[in-house]
Write a protein that binds this ligand. Structure first.
Ligand code: ATP
Length: 296
């Protein structure tokens, strides 16, 4: 039995530090370049594995060098990559400009992540063998919806990060056991301006709704009512990229490992805060040996 199967995206992030965005037709110098493993699916899988869970990753990669590097990155964290589909497209990339002043400008080219594949027997077997399925919306929505419906039909708990926000098929939210939007996603999905109202509204349709609110922590709602607030762990952040994926990955991992919901939420909050104190997404994610001593 696997604790968690993640069906999601894997991208190679190509990160350039530059003073500003060039004008159309302009060529300018940047000051540094780095490649970093990314994509919401890969990030959540890495966060969950570092929190101690056994994890299988169902992604789509091209047969290129980036694909091989991403596979090796997953395997270095002990993640099962047998369910990755090799497709006739380049591996997905995210072209990230980090501007002086800290703002990011990002162009994501989904490539392999965007290939429409049906849910195949390998993927069904991997989901059936897991306790939890975690998905995001960086793979085709039809595939994600099929995986969620299949997971529900075989008693696997479903955890959904609705990012990027998309128009959802009828009945989709009702199949979600744990929905983890950030505040902007929650407001957009619920169509309301207030994040607490959004959490209440969404929890009338999904099971448990956890709305992450950056340095303000998270709100939890169930059955149309707010049930708890999770304080943020106080830190001095240097780069918040990947905080949301760390929170979700660690939350699912600790729930799958048998922690109570309050304990899993606290672990998620501490791990996400630690991830903001270091640069990058997956490279900044803490191991359980770093999180556990801070839990008190
Ligand atoms: P990102 O897109 O940057 O990965 P997100 O928008 O998906 O993030 P956030 O709500 O910003 O998600 O952050 C997720 C969680 O990370 C928060 O609920 C909180 O627990 C933790 N977190 C984020 N920023 C901070 C911070 N500045 N200090 C402490 N904890 C933070």
């Amino acid at each position: 039995m696997t604790d968690i199967v993640v069906l999601g995206s894997a991208n190679m992030d190509l990160v350039v530090r530059q003073p500003r965005l060039p004008e159309p037709g302009e060529t300018m110098f940047g000051s540094s370049f780095a490649t970093v493993a990314g994509g919401k699916g890969l990030n959540q899988a890495v966060a969950a594995a570092r929190a101690g869970a056994s994890v299988a990753f169902l992604g789509a990669l091209g047969g290129d060098e980036f694909g091989a590097t991403l596979r090796a990155t997953l395997e270095a964290d002990g993640i099962d990559t047998a369910g990755i589909a090799l497709v006739e497209r380049p591996t997905g990339t995210a072209h990230i400009s980090v501007l002086d002043g800290g703002e990011n400008a990002i162009v994501v080219v989904p490539d392999a992540n965007g290939v429409r594949l049906p849910l195949d027997d390998v993927q069904r077997a991997a989901i059936r063998a897991a306790r939890y399925l975690a998905v995001q919306f960086e793979r085709p929505l039809e595939l994600v919806a099929e995986a969620v419906a299949f997971a529900r039909s075989v008693g696997v708990t479903t955890v959904v990060t609705p990012a990027p926000v998309l128009e959802l098929p009828e009945g989709f939210l009702e199949q979600v056991d744990v929905l983890v939007p950030n505040a902007a996603e929650a407001r957009a999905l619920a169509g309301v301006d207030d994040e607490a109202d959004a959490a209440r509204a969404l929890s009338r349709r999904a099971g448990t709704v956890v709305v992450t609110r950056g340095a303000r922590g998270a709100l939890v709602a169930r059955g149309g009512e707010l049930v708890t607030e999770v304080p943020a762990h106080p830190v001095t952040p240097v780069d918040t990229t990947g905080a949301g994926d760390t929170f979700t990955g660690v939350l699912v991992a600790r729930l799958a490992l048998g922690d109570t919901e309050p304990a899993a939420l606290r672990a998620a909050s501490v791990a996400a805060a630690l991830a903001t104190t270091r640069p990058g997404a997956s490279p900044s994610m803490p191991t359980w040996s770093e999180v556990a001593p801070l839990l008190g």
